[in-house]
Write a protein that binds this ligand. Structure first.
Ligand code: ZN
Length: 564
């Protein structure tokens, strides 16, 4: 059986690649018949898949061992060469959109791909290449700065993610000091972070103007590939969160403070859910993977086949190792029909989330592996539905991972998902304000953040930490820097995933069939079309949030959380 380590990597010959593409591209003209054009499109998709497979294999290997010089050099090679291929893709897009047979091709390939191709033409022209390069450079500066954190704490030196366990410590004073130490890192780098963000905002505004937009907002939406909703619909959604959910979350936070026995809770108290500590998995990597294997085999024939494929081909690199890049992700190698899951286990509940959330992404792409490359992955807000819903489908097996703490996990998981929503939309509202007012000062941005933060998270009291209190919490939210307007996607998907949780409580088979259908559709439809196809409620429509949180609140109210 071929394993990931045996997957062959050869540096692609880009001259041959371009030649092969040009040959197919020449068939995308009106002189050719529909079938020839259709085949040419599929062939182009396959040629790109071959290239993407090499890029992906090399980038996975680079992230597993950043000290390996060979794959580091390959990364450099792709960074240099890939932007040069952009005009070729643009050329294909222009020809495809101009075909007389476009309506017939849309019928065969779905109209979404055409709409997104139109967007890709709107959001790019060669004149903005220098701005795009500068944008990449600034994003990299930000992530390097965050990655370089060396925080002195309690006799040790830690990076930001290593500080997380201290911020959740059951000792209140350790939590307080840990939060202050993290805040201190951002305070030291305030001028630098202000500069990076200010340059990013002005740069993006400038790109928007060059491309003929009024400001960056719509360009941001278009770059996210959003074809069927706009900023007004998103505002209507945020308003629902404010009106219908914020009061519920306030109550949950009050309950949490009572549970912890704290009268005047500060922001550093809320990372701890229970006096006895947050739920932690009862085993390490091998144990958790073995239990996940049983879970997926019992869940459905499709998930059983999928997870065994991941194990048999060694498509998961889960443990933290020297030289390994931080964080986690799920990707796909088309040539081998293989999803790949990368993570850094650290002994917290997050390890189980990798085996449910990232595996949800992997299961979706595995289920739509036979679609053409443009239609394999959905847009981001739809992609998170699959991963977040899989976290809920795993509920009946939670005992396997958390033993006696399973109920604690379930309560925390559901409450945490609700509590996340106001924060998620605050991040979104902030970004709308920033890009609608590109010329305000860094201090005015901070004041705006604090105003929006207090609107959605009124319980957030920073106590003695004046630096956070002046509106700098968002400094740690990388999406704000690297992927503007992306963050709301997690909240939209969560509202849809809740619907799967509700249905799964009542009728598992029905919930599963609906979910599996959604997975096989991949990215062949837009967000709203996917919801329609699976008969799911639309988060933007007034009343949806209010209705969906009722059964969740009922469940949480029925739990005696003080006993957990
Ligand atoms: Zn995800």
């Amino acid at each position: 059986m071929l394993k990931f380590k045996d997957y062959q990597y050869v540096r692609p010959n880009l001259e041959e690649f371009v030649k092969a593409i040009e040959l197919e591209k020449a068939k995308l003209t009106d002189e050719h018949d529909l079938e020839t054009q259709y085949q040419a499109y599929l062939n182009i998709s396959n040629i790109f898949d071959e290239l993407a497979s090499m890029i992906t294999i090399s980038s996975i290997r680079n992230s597993i061992d950043t000290k390996d010089q060979f794959y580091e050099a390959e990364k450099e090679f792709f960074n240099q060469e890939m932007p040069k291929l952009r005009p070729l893709s643009q050329g294909i897009a222009i020809q495809l959109l101009g075909l007389k047979n476009r309506p017939q091709l849309e019928e065969k390939l779905g109209s979404l791909m055409f709409k997104q191709t139109e967007l890709s033409l709107k959001t790019f022209k060669p004149e903005i290449i220098p701005d795009l390069q500068k944008e990449n450079k600034l994003s990299t500066e930000y992530s390097k700065l965050i990655g370089s954190a060396q925080i002195e704490f309690d006799g040790g030196i830690y990076n930001l993610s290593q500080m997380a366990p201290f911020t959740q410590n059951i000792d209140r004073d350790i939590r307080r000091k840990a939060a202050l130490a993290v805040s201190g890192f951002f305070k030291e780098n305030e001028a630098e972070i202000d500069r990076i963000y200010d340059e990013l905002v002005k740069l993006r505004h400038n790109m928007a103007i060059q491309l003929g937009y009024e400001n960056y907002v719509q360009l941001g939406y278009d770059r996210m590939g959003r074809t069927d909703y706009d900023h007004l619909m998103v505002k209507n959604y945020r308003d629902q969160i404010y009106e219908d959910l914020v009061p519920v979350v306030n109550q949950l936070r009050k309950r949490q403070a009572d549970r912890l026995g704290i009268k005047e809770p500060k922001h550093y108290d809320f990372a701890l859910s229970f006096l006895s500590g947050n739920p932690t998995p009862i085993g390490g990597r091998d144990y958790l993977v073995q239990e996940a294997k049983t879970m997926y085999e019992e869940m459905s024939p499709e998930t059983g086949e999928f997870f065994n494929f991941m194990i048999d081909h060694e498509l998961m690199d889960l443990e933290t190792k020297q030289g390994k890049r931080g964080g986690g992700y799920c990707t796909f190698i088309p040539k081998y029909n293989s999803p790949f899951i990368f993570s850094n286990f650290n002994g917290t509940a997050g390890d189980v989330d990798v085996l449910t959330h990232e595996a949800g992404h992997a299961f979706q792409v595995y289920s739509s592996r036979n679609l053409p490359s443009d239609s394999r992955w959905p847009t981001m807000e739809a992609a998170e539905i699959h991963s977040m819903s899989m976290e809920f489908f795993a509920w009946p097996w939670v005992e396997k991972f958390f033993g006696k703490e399973a109920d604690k996990y379930r309560f925390d998981h559901l409450a945490g998902a609700l509590q996340f929503l106001p924060y998620g939309v605050a991040v979104d509202e902030f970004q709308h304000f920033v890009y609608e007012n590109p010329n305000i000062t860094p201090d005015e941005r901070k004041a705006a953040w604090r105003r929006i933060e207090l609107k959605y998270l009124p319980y957030r009291d920073f106590g003695e930490d004046e630096f956070m209190a002046k509106g700098t919490y968002w400094f740690r939210q990388g999406h704000i820097f690297s992927s503007p307007f992306y963050y709301i996607d997690y909240t939209l998907a969560q509202v849809v995933a809740f619907q799967f949780w509700v249905l799964d409580q009542v009728d598992h088979q029905k919930a599963w069939d609906k979910y599996y259908k959604l997975c096989t559709l991949g990215g062949s439809k837009s967000f709203l079309e996917l919801l329609e196809a699976a008969k799911l409620e639309v988060p933007f429509e007034t009343g949806t949030v209010k209705k969906i949180i009722v059964p969740i609140k009922e469940y949480l109210d029925s739990v005696d959380d003080k006993k957990l």
